[in-house]
Design a protein around this ligand. Structure first.
Ligand code: SAM
Length: 276
């Protein structure tokens, strides 16, 4: 269900209550100075637990899986989190989808065979999705992104630390056999990937350009390709009218907002034929 103003306030208070100083620092840098920040400065990266606690009821509704099972998937992330804090904590997050650990839990629960995402920076979301697929022993991911790390609002000395890295540098060689990275704009590549390669599609994630035209075009391309029971996720749903339009135009209900601004909705199963 869409987040009500009251639950948005409760969610923010919960996050801030857990890490007040970290949130003050992050909001100062990000909202007041308009700067991208290091991974470790983002409180959602430094501690994944508050985000999971906030999103858990929505994950239960979306997956139909019991809470202890989802908690088990979340607990699996502890070693990976520790490793990432060490290896990338001091690097700029460059637009990374901070809810990627929630993607991991969702994918562990629903075990998609084929997933497509648009928008690749460091490849944080791809890394978490591929880790889930590896743990599942099944799954392939197609990622489409332009060959440019998002460093627009960084101080020059920080931008230098990631500028020359290839997109998706966070995905290690051991996970690459499950990964197809297509470098280029989704305007040019998405239709081909959806229609020729990634069929039947179980899960689609929009995380490219968060403007109405791109969001709307990607949703409308991906939606008919998804299997019944498949999932469409989108980052930045409050940024444009595209998400409410998708829900309205396809008569959808049961959509969820996972923590902050990651929308998720499931393709309905066809009504049973025959009956009464
Ligand atoms: C929010 S970031 C994606 C972060 C990514 N999911 C991650 O966790 O690393 C958005 C990315 O989309 C890319 N992008 C922007 N316009 C695009 C387009 N039209 N097609 C594909 N990618 C695009 C940008 O280069 C930027 O790196």
């Amino acid at each position: 269900m869409p987040e009500s103003p009251m639950s948005a306030v409760r969610r923010r208070l919960y996050h801030v209550g857990r890490h007040p100083i970290a949130w003050a620092r992050y909001l100062y840098e990000r909202e007041l100075r308009g700067r991208d920040v290091l991974f470790r400065v983002n409180p959602r990266f430094a501690d994944w637990a508050p985000m999971y606690r906030v999103a858990r009821p929505a994950l239960e509704r979306l997956t139909g899986r019991p809470r202890p099972e989802l908690d088990g998937y979340f607990r699996e992330l502890a070693p990976l989190h520790a490793e990432l804090v060490q290896s990338v904590g001091a690097l700029p997050s460059a637009g990374a989808m901070m809810q990627a650990p929630l993607l991991y839990v969702l994918l562990r629960a629903v075990r998609p065979r084929l997933m497509v995402e648009t928008g690749v920076s460091s490849g944080f979301s791809a890394r978490l999705a591929l880790e889930a697929m590896e743990a599942n022993g099944v799954g392939r991911l197609w990622s489409i992104g332009i060959a440019k790390i998002a460093v627009g609002t960084l101080r020059p000395e920080l931008a230098e630390t990631v500028r020359d890295r290839p997109v998706g540098w966070l995905v290690p060689p051991r996970l690459r056999p499950r990964w197809e990275l297509r470098v280029g704009p989704s305007e040019e590549l998405l239709a081909d990937v959806l229609h020729r390669e990634a069929r039947p599609l179980d899960l689609f994630v929009h995380d490219s350009l968060h403007l109405y035209e791109r969001m709307h075009a990607e949703y409308e391309l991906a939606w008919p390709c998804l299997v019944p029971g498949g999932y469409l996720l989108s980052h930045a749903i409050p940024r444009s009218a595209a998400w409410p339009e998708l829900l309205r135009d396809h008569g959808l209900s049961g959509d969820e907002e996972l923590d902050h601004d990651l929308g998720a909705v499931r393709v309905p199963f066809p009504a049973a034929a025959g009956g009464g």
